[in-house]
Ligand binder design. Structure first.
Ligand code: PFF
Length: 465
């Protein structure tokens, strides 16, 4: 029976649509999207830069209060729409009596996901390069100059970066092209448990070989004097990035979600798992950094310079270093497949078969990725918006990252919150999220109507100045 009339399904069940085979399958897929370079690379280094514990607390609050409600709203809109995000938003706007321009939110997400994957794949490729460095013993006993030279050498070589970027994109295309169940779900069922096992192994290594107490202290002892306004806003911005909310990627995943799954409860599980991975990554990294007398505040080089230096000094460093970069690769792949999904779904809506869509989209994204590759070497001096003081010295890669992380994610998140909180009828919102008439439902709606948009507006304005 079609439930179009109830507003729960905007488009009805006319076209057969694949579904995640269970609630767990969706949780693993969405957690796979959420857990990525953001958790294992960015979270530890921004925590390091912002002084540790107090930053972590604020980050947790941002996830719980702002990130999760928006994530729930996004998944819910995807499930109601049951098509690619662009078509879903257009249909939902029609059913909910809103302006067709709401589809623009999904268009923005589409472009953002495309650009995001183009550079995410290049950075994902670094993990491949580092697996080979670690496995061949390149870190063993090496000094800071040698390790710094490895990273500089990788970034300086366009052919090497292109090679790893190509391998990474190929894996993404193969997985997504094979289909929702036979490709993505199968890969995720294998990769996510592997990710958790690897992470626990690495934390175990940090307990045995690292300065674990100092690592724990650094992550959990909150010293608010170390936290700046900048730090608070970074935490809020990262809450969006890490949950993959704002650019309709989770909407695309939500479109395969079986009707009976309770969204509110499910996103809490996803948020908890995502946070757990980020914290465990911190617990795997900082004890090694401290045990070797290194600095936690190295910025983006924390993983690619500081950590290899630590592995190079430690017993079992070659093995565990290899495992660490393999973990980074697994995390990056399961996120990358979610980024190409809205593009492939949009092509499917237009009658392009999934395999061809994945290949075509993959090729275009790969080609755009070459701009990122070049911005680390031949085009390092090319600053297209250098005439604007805000963008002075920014390469194409920096601009792509700014466009996605600082503009599209918060703006999209705000639009989704506004749609769910202001356009949808309160009863429909509650029912589609799986919330009852009680306090939880009212609180959720309040957050979506007022708190989330206001918070996003603050980050957004802050990022512009
Ligand atoms: N959540 C991913 C990470 O933490 O690495 C990044 C990401 C994936 C952001 C998908 C946005 C997105 F749509």
């Amino acid at each position: 029976m079609s439930r179009t009339g109830t507003g729960l399904d905007a488009v009805g069940a006319a076209a057969p649509r694949p579904q995640w085979s269970s609630r767990l399958a969706f949780i693993l897929a969405a957690t796979g999207s959420a857990v990525g370079l953001g958790n294992i690379w960015k979270f530890p280094y921004i925590t390091g830069e912002n002084g540790g514990g107090a930053f972590v607390l604020v980050y947790l609050a941002c996830i719980a209060v702002i990130g999760l409600p928006i994530l729930a709203a996004e998944v819910m809109l995807g499930r109601r729409g049951r098509h690619s995000p662009i078509r879903s938003m257009a249909e939902l706007a029609r059913v909910d009596g809103a302006s067709p321009r709401w589809a623009w939110v999904a268009w923005m997400g589409f472009v953002a996901a495309f650009v995001l994957l183009s550079f995410y794949s290049v950075v994902g490729g670094w993990s491949l390069a580092y697996i080979s460095h670690a496995a061949t013993g390149a870190f063993t006993g090496a000094d800071a100059d040698t390790i710094g030279g490895l990273f500089g050498g990788l970034l300086g070589s366009a052919p090497t970066l292109t090679l790893w970027h190509s391998v990474f994109m190929l894996m993404v295309v193969v997985i997504v092209g094979a289909g929702v169940n036979a490709g993505m779900e199968r890969a995720i069922n294998l990769l996510m448990p592997l990710l958790f096992v690897l992470l626990l192994l690495l934390v175990g290594y940090a307990v045995v070989e690292g300065d674990f107490t100092r690592g724990v202290d650094f992550l959990f002892a909150a010293d608010f004097s170390k936290l700046s306004t900048d730090g608070v806003l970074t935490a809020l911005g990262h809450a969006f990035f890490t949950l993959s909310t704002g650019i309709c990627v989770m909407m695309a995943y939500g479109s395969f979600l079986p009707r009976e799954v309770n969204i509110a409860r499910t996103v809490v599980t996803i948020g908890v798992l995502d946070t757990l991975v980020a914290l465990l990554a911190g617990l795997a990294i900082f004890p090694l950094v401290f045990a070797n007398g290194l600095e936690p505040g190295a910025g983006p080089g924390l993983l690619f310079v500081t950590l290899p230096l630590a592995f190079g000094q430690m017993t079992g460093g070659a093995l565990f270093g290899t495992l660490f970069f393999f973990l980074l690769l697994v995390a990056a792949i399961t996120s990358a497949i979610s980024m190409i999904e809205p593009v492939v779904e949009w092509l499917e809506d237009r009658g392009v078969p999934r395999k061809a869509g994945a290949l075509g989209a993959g090729l275009l994204i790969w080609a755009l990725g070459l701009c990122t590759v070049l911005s680390f070497n031949h085009w390092a001096g090319f600053h297209p918006l250098g005439f604007i003081s805000r963008f002075e010295g920014k390469t194409l890669f920096d601009l792509f990252d700014f466009l996605v992380s600082n503009l599209a994610l918060p703006l999209g998140g705000m639009a989704i919150a506004i749609y769910a909180g202001w356009i949808m009828k309160p009863e429909l919102l509650r029912e589609s999220l799986g919330l009852g008439d009680g306090l939880a439902g009212s609180l959720f709606r309040f957050v979506l109507r007022f708190l989330s948009p206001a918070a996003v507006l603050i980050v957004f304005l802050y990022n512009l100045v």
